[in-house]
Ligand binder design. Sequence first.
Ligand SMILES: *Cc1c(COP(=O)(O)O)cnc(C)c1O
Length: 352
Amino acid sequence: MFNFNNIIRENIKQLQPYASARDEFNGNANIFLDANENSLGSAWGDRYNRYPDPHQRALKQAIGRLKQTAPENIFIGNGSDECIDLLYRCCCNPGTDNCIICPPTYGMYEVCGRINDIEIRTAPLQEDFQPDLVAIEALTDEHTRILWLCSPNNPSGNCMRRDALLYLLLHFNGLVVIDEAYIDFAAAGSFLPELANYPNLVLLQTLSKAWGLAALRLGMAFASPEIIRVLDKVKPPYNINGATQEIVLEALQQAASVKEKQELLLLERETLRQQLSQLPFVENIFPSDANFLLVKVKDPNRIYAYLLTRGIVVRNRNAITGCTGCLRITVGTPNENEYLMNALINYTNSSV
Ligand SMILES: *Cc1c(COP(=O)(O)O)cnc(C)c1O
C-alpha cells in the first residue's frame, strides 16, 4: 500500500524549515522594521520594496476557485520545472533511489533527475505513444520513487489512455506524476477530480501554455495536503515573486478570453493538420491533444534548415528516440501558419 511517509527522505522529514520575517509576524502593523527591506522605497517607484507573501495565500485561493480545488491541495512553483526539482529533492535519495520515465517525453524529468543524482530508468512509450505497463512494472523495485507521465505528452501530443493511467495509479507503489501542461487543449478532462481517490497522484499544470504566461514562471502541483505540505516546507521562501503574484491574480480573471484563444488555436491546429497532410513529403501527422503537431517528414534536417532560411523555427525532434523523422510544430497565429504553409509549399516546388 502507498504511504507517502515511506517516500519522504529522512533529512526532509527532520527538516526544520526556514522561518521568514513574514512567517514570524504576519498581522497588521504600521511600521515594518523586521525584514531589512528598503523603507525608503524601490528603484521602481514605490512598488516591490516589500517581500511578497511566501505562502501565496491570495493566489492559492484564486487558483483553487478556478480549478475547484482546496488551497491545501495546491503547490505553486517557479514554473513546473521547480515542482519537478522539488519532487526529486523531497522523495529521492541521491545515489540510492530511482525513477521511471517514458520517452519520448519532456526532457526535464531526466535532466533534473541527473542533477539530483537519481538513477533514471526508461520504459519507452509504445508505437502509439501509450505507456508500456509491463515494462514499467518490470523496472520497478523497492527504490523506485517516482513514475513520470506526461498527458498530453510532449513531443507526441497525445493523451495517455485513461484506463492505463488508472491502472498505474492503483498498482504503482510510488508517486505517479502526471504532467498536464497541455490539458486545456485536450478533449479529455484533467485528472484533478481523481485527486481524492489516489494518495500517490501528483498533477502538474502550468500557466505557460493555454494561459500564455510563460514569462511569469508559474507552475502548479496538485496533490494530497500531506504531499503539498512537504513541497512547501522545502521550497525557497519567496519562490513566486511579487510581480508574478500581482499580475497572475489579475490575469486569472480573464478565463473567458483564454478560452477564446484556446478554441482558435484548436481550429488552427486542425487547419494546419489538413494542409500539412497535402504535402508530398509529409509521411504522418500524429494525433494531437495539445497546441502543437508532431509531423513525420522525409528529410527532416533539410526541411528544418530550409525553414530557418525563411525565418521560421520549428523544433527538430529527429534525433530523439521514437521520433525519427519528426518535426514538432507549435500552432501559430493564422498569419504565421499561412506563412509556414507557403514556405513549405515553396520547399516542395524547389525540391522536385
Ligand atoms: C512547457 C511544458 C511545461 C511547462 O513548464 P513551465 O516551467 O511551467 O513553463 C511543463 N511540462 C511540459 C511537458 C511542457 O511541455
